[in-house]
Design a protein around this ligand. Structure first.
Ligand code: FES
Ligand SMILES: [Fe+2]
Length: 403
């Protein structure tokens, strides 16, 4: 489904009548019991992006990703066969963490493509098999090394993004889960822009409050008056819904004046969103009319990944729930490898500008949460160009209602 009727001020409600037009309850953002149910019914059931393939370039490379909402961490490891597999980071001996994390994400590499539990030295290979147990002969007859590998987690890769699914009984493939969204964004050349600037912080807000603050352009004129004055249009274009996923084009207002240094940086690399440029690398379904004011495609891969593609830049926001009012936010900005010193400078300048915009975005979230928790308001009101937020609550509701 897609729609683009610029004259109609409630065009998205007309295009997507199933989403309704009423106010949205705030309870899902402030209720601890809703949060617990949401972790069970959404986060433990859906595919979640946990890595890029470039983070594990060689056989034996591994990454440990903490998943606080599920009280676990996951070891992702590339095997000698090139496959990336994942496992719960829990030893089969006495349950210690096989790899002790040094933060939210821990990286390592093993020439032999094995991981060793530091407690008593049990060794597991990249297929999760238990390959060595010190003093194995002292274990009793009921112990069988071949039955005591690591607990596997369903893992699949789409467009270089590594996803896991904690639902061991689930049968939906990653391709089926992504559906039309996987097709829409699958052919973008992510790997050609491997230079990553990443940021993260813990925010005292519900993960949906964080998502919502990034899922509309209505706030740009107020919140980003400092970083991107008069640059973006507040309306959305080409909104499309793919099951629980959603996407839109964010466009330039075409009357913003770039500040002189920003203009210089853009002229060197085009490493910022405000450059008006052609569309040589975008898949045909993104900005299909090749409109000249197109800036970037804002897409939400349900539940917690925002993926944005533009010409020469792509970036993500991901929201990891910690509790009903705490969220780990990760922002990543990807650019091509610079070839000259002036390109290095221009990229640094552009990403600092972007970082400032993200600081402006994240600055609203804790205030929103605190105010919602006062209980003074039971609902929020969404305008037509906040359709992605409306669709987000609708998708959550559907998962929560499922048996
Ligand atoms: S707990 Fe891992 S080897 Fe003992
Ligand atoms: Fe913003």
């Amino acid at each position: 489904m897609s729609a683009n009727v610029s004259e109609n001020k409630t065009r998205w409600a007309s295009a997507y009548p199933d989403l309704g037009t009423g106010p949205i309850p705030v309870e899902p953002c402030i209720s601890p019991s809703f949060f617990d149910a949401e972790m069970e019914k959404v986060f433990r059931k859906t595919w979640l992006k946990v890595a890029r393939v470039e983070e594990l370039p060689k056989p034996g490379d591994f990454k440990v990703k903490k998943l606080a909402f599920a009280h676990t961490s996951i070891i992702l490891m590339r095997g000698k066969d090139g496959e990336i597999r994942s496992f719960h980071n829990v030893c089969s001996h006495r349950g210690n963490k096989v790899i002790v994390e040094s933060g939210d994400e821990t990286f390592g590499s093993s020439k032999a493509a094995v991981v060793t539990c530091r407690f008593h030295g049990w060794v597991y290979d990249a297929k999760g098999d238990l390959v060595s147990v010190p003093e194995e002969e002292k274990f009793h007859a009921c112990f069988n090394r071949h039955e005591n590998g690591l607990t596997a987690v369903r893992t699949d890769v789409w467009a270089g993004f590594v996803f896991i699914n904690l639902d061991a009984e689930g049968t939906q493939s990653l391709a089926d889960f992504l559906g039309g969204m996987g097709v829409h964004l699958g052919d973008y050349p992510y790997e050609q822009m491997p230079r990553c600037y990443s940021y993260y912080t813990d925010l005292e807000c519900n993960w949906k409050v964080a998502h919502d603050a990034f899922a509309e352009a209505y706030h740009v004129a107020t919140i980003h008056a400092g970083s991107f004055p008069n640059v973006f249009s507040s309306g959305l274009e080409n909104v499309q819904l793919f099951g629980p996923h959603r996407t839109t084009a964010v466009c330039l207002s075409m009357n913003g004046e770039q500040k002189p240094v920003a203009k210089l940086a853009n002229d060197i690399t085009g490493a910022s969103l405000v450059t008006n440029r052609g569309a040589s690398m975008l898949p045909p379904s993104v900005n299909p009319e090749r409109r000249p004011d197109f800036s970037f495609e804002l897409s939400v891969l349900f539940p917690n990944l925002l993926l944005h593609v533009s010409e020469g830049i792509w970036f993500t926001h991901q929201f990891w729930p910690l509790s009903h009012n705490r969220t780990r936010w990760e922002g990543r900005y990807y650019l091509p490898q610079p070839k000259t010193n002036s390109e290095v400078w221009a990229q640094e300048f552009s990403q600092v500008l972007q970082r400032n915009a993200w600081l402006e975005d994240t600055a609203t979230m804790e205030d929103t949460q605190a105010a919602l928790e006062s209980g003074a308001k039971k609902v929020m009101h969404l305008q037509d160009d906040e359709i992605l937020i409306r669709h987000g609550y609708h998708a959550i509701e559907e998962y929560m209602a499922a048996e």
